[in-house]
Ligand binder design. Structure first.
Ligand code: F6R
Length: 357
């Protein structure tokens, strides 16, 4: 039997059930809706902010990238994503600073939120626990607590939706109910299509993993929310499949990277280029994507086009993200790899913690 249809083998390999976590992605979104309904926003509701800064690293920080790009053409104040120890000088009193850390113990996020406290910014924290939660409760700041026990990247439904809906709840951004409903409906269909019981011959997520097997994945999105999703795919292939992967965005890549495929063909012939095709992209972007693909096709092993589905930006972002998330887990199985552990991240965090002793 083919491994991706061998449910017994998958169960043996996937010791902490990353595939099950992916299959329950919609449940996380629904739970997050409930969490937001019961959170206390009284200090932040209907305040006007000079800007919104979202802090977070890795699987937590990517929610910031996605949210920024979802609201960029409707939010009237700047939205910044900070993935560092320091806060830029322009983030000061009057800004809303949202710290996202699933563990609540990520040092870059803790350092930057510490600075936001000193600058008297308005604060919101999204976490399952750790020091971030302690500090937020001590200082009586808005705290949105999500369920713990997962890998941060596997909790993206909780983190992304809790942050997005909390910002909506306080009036800092606006997300329509119909966009949320459309997203949930589309994702429910995708869960049925991509879940383990759906066989390889009918399952686009398994087929994508098979197409990526043995290749180095390079993911191209268009500047905006699809670029954030391309970055999420790259990170999921890194962390779940334990493979190198890179992402880039149109139109910027046309000014450098497009030329960079000319040499080293013997290596790049093992690369798979993943391109998101969004029918609502502008004509100029469509021409860029098609022309670029034709220009570099001969230097690549293959080009995989991913149609972007959905009406709203939210549905298009989430459905495209979901395909990458779950395919990266199937790809791990093809390499006989348990998708959950990220030992090298843990080693780094332990080494850095020694500096505090
Ligand atoms: C691990 C993962 C990492 C973490 C990152 C920050 O699953 O996704 O990228 O998200 O190391 O940790 P948290 O999210 O706890 O702040």
């Amino acid at each position: 039997m083919k491994i991706l249809d061998d449910l017994k083998k998958i169960k043996e390999l996937d010791k902490q059930d990353m595939l099950g976590i992916e299959e329950r992605f919609v449940d996380q979104l629904i739970t997050a809706q409930g969490i937001v309904k019961s959170a206390d926003y009284k200090n932040l509701k209907n305040k006007s902010f000079k800007g919104i800064a979202i802090l977070g690293m890795g699987g937590s920080g990517v929610s910031g990238d996605i949210i920024k790009n979802l609201v960029i053409d409707s939010c009237e104040v700047p939205v910044e994503v900070i993935k560092d120890y320091e806060l830029p000088a322009f983030i000061r009193e009057g800004w809303l600073v949202v710290a996202i850390s699933y563990s609540g113990n990520t040092e870059e996020t803790l350092s930057a939120i510490g600075e936001a406290f000193k600058r008297n910014c308005e604060i919101m924290c999204i976490s399952s626990g750790g020091k971030l939660m302690e500090i937020a409760s001590e200082k009586n700041k808005c705290l949105v607590k999500v369920p713990g026990g997962l890998q941060p990247r596997g909790a993206s439904g909780y983190l992304l939706f809790s942050t997005l809906l909390s910002l909506n709840e306080i009036g800092a951004i606006s997300i329509s109910k119909s966009d949320i409903d459309e997203s949930l409906e589309l994702l429910k269909q995708k869960v049925l299509l991509y879940k383990r019981e759906s066989g390889q011959s009918d399952n686009p997520a398994k087929q994508l993993a098979l197409a990526l097997e043995g290749c180095m994945a390079v993911v191209y999105g268009v500047s905006g929310f699809l670029s954030a999703i391309a970055y999420r795919w790259k990170c999921e292939i890194n962390e779940n499949s334990k493979c190198p992967s890179f992402s880039s965005e149109f139109p910027e890549l046309n000014h450098n990277e497009t030329v960079g495929w000319e040499n080293l063909s013997e290596i790049t012939k093992k690369f798979a280029l993943i391109v998101f095709k969004d029918s609502s992209a502008s004509e100029r972007i469509k021409v860029r994507i098609d022309t670029t693909s034709e220009l570099i096709r001969k230097n690549l092993g293959k080009i995989i086009e991913i149609p972007v589905e959905g009406r709203s930006k939210l549905a298009r972002a989430l459905s495209t993200m979901y395909l990458g998330d779950i395919s990266s887990v199937y790809l791990a199985f093809l390499y006989n790899t348990d998708p959950t552990p990220v030992d090298r991240i843990s080693v780094l965090k332990t080494e850095l913690a020694k500096l505090d002793k």
